[in-house]
Design a protein around this ligand. Structure first.
Ligand SMILES: Cc1cc2nc3c(=O)[nH]c(=O)nc-3n(C[C@H](O)[C@H](O)[C@H](O)COP(=O)(O)O)c2cc1C
Length: 311
């Protein structure tokens, strides 16, 4: 009997697949799927201290092997989320990771306090890495990452994930800063800052010039960051996110060291994909004779599959 269940961050996940923040919104349109089959977790769309209308269109453009988005953290603001959305999210039968972002540490602290105590929150995810809003993402530097995480983590007992950016030459110092400041785990990674030019006008396609690239195109980048972080922090929970669109991508992410695997753009391409991935993983493990999912996590660091526990 294959078991995909795993305990991390004080929660029991039915399986390692987690809907990444953004593409699934607040998860409510997918409620029937959550009730159809267990899903590891749902990360809600990032909320901010006050409502945001987002960036001017176009907000999503295609790219080879993926898409570039410039959504700009559209959300109703924390107060409206807690009062009007979170009570419905709380009814979904899955682990709920509540994503939030703030421009300053004081606001991150206040948000962590409110969101961490709100019924329905199982885990908090501090988004330090959105490339589509004003200012530099905090996760581009270890110092700003530490300031934000320290403020948020001090305000809550709810486990806090730090969601980091792939746009750094070395993820380890930034991840170390987040963990030393109180993060209980890491979500790696957000979108990759990227550009498209409209060749008939000669101008950037997106109004804000830059967008965030996601989808299969970024899988190798996300794998590299997860691999490096797993090597540096053997016991730290990691949600590996970026480019997982099929079973192969999911397996690579797990073998690189992800405990949990986030699916972002994949759910926009096919809303049932995360559920199919769970089924495919179970079938693959059965065929290969693996009983425990955890035996696969990080096996690339331990001599590969042939020396992993096979029962
Ligand atoms: C349309 C869209 C909206 C997103 N919104 C958010 C967001 O609100 N907060 C966040 O932390 N990440 C957001 N992301 C990033 C994803 O959570 C994920 O980290 C990234 O897309 C890489 O994973 P993927 O290749 O599976 O999409 C968004 C991505 C997309 C495509």
């Amino acid at each position: 009997m294959v078991t995909l269940e795993l305990k991390r961050l004080g929660q029991t996940f039915a399986n390692p697949v987690v809907l990444a923040s953004g593409p699934a919104g607040f998860g409510l349109e997918l409620a029937s799927l959550f009730r159809w089959r267990p899903m590891g977790g749902l990360t809600t769309k990032t909320v901010t201290p006050t409502p945001r209308e987002g960036n001017p269109p176009p907000r999503l453009v295609d790219a080879p092997g993926g898409a570039l988005n410039s959504i700009g953290l559209v959300n109703p603001g924390m107060e409206a989320f807690v009062a009007g959305v979170l009570p419905s999210v709380a009814e979904l039968p899955t682990v709920r990771l509540i994503s939030f972002a703030a421009p300053h540490p004081e606001q991150a602290e206040a948000m962590a306090d409110t969101l961490g105590a709100a019924p329905g929150t199982d885990i908090l995810e501090l988004n330090l890495s959105c490339p589509n809003v004003e200012g530099r993402p905090p996760a581009w530097e270890a110092g700003t990452t530490a300031d934000m995480v320290r403020a948020a983590a001090a305000a809550t007992k709810t486990p806090l994930l730090a969601k980091l950016s792939p746009d750094v030459p070395d993820i380890v110092p930034v991840a170390a800063a987040a963990l030393e400041a109180g993060a209980a785990g890491l979500t790696l990674v957000n979108t990759v800052r990227a550009l498209r030019i409209q060749w008939d006008t000669g101008l950037p396609t997106l109004v804000r010039t830059w967008g965030g690239l996601s989808g299969a195109a970024i899988l190798p980048i996300a794998l590299a960051k997860v691999f490096q972080a797993r090597q540096a922090f053997p016991g730290v929970p990691i949600v590996g996110t970026g480019g997982v669109m099929d079973l192969g991508g999911l397996l690579e992410m797990v073998m690189a060291g992800a405990d949990l695997v986030g699916v972002g753009l994949g759910v926009m391409v096919d809303p049932v994909l995360p559920w199919r991935l769970v089924e495919s993983l179970e079938t693959w493990m059965t065929q290969r004779g693996f009983e425990r999912y955890e035996a696969l996590v990080g096996c690339a660091h331990r001599g590969g599959l042939h020396v992993s526990e096979q029962t």
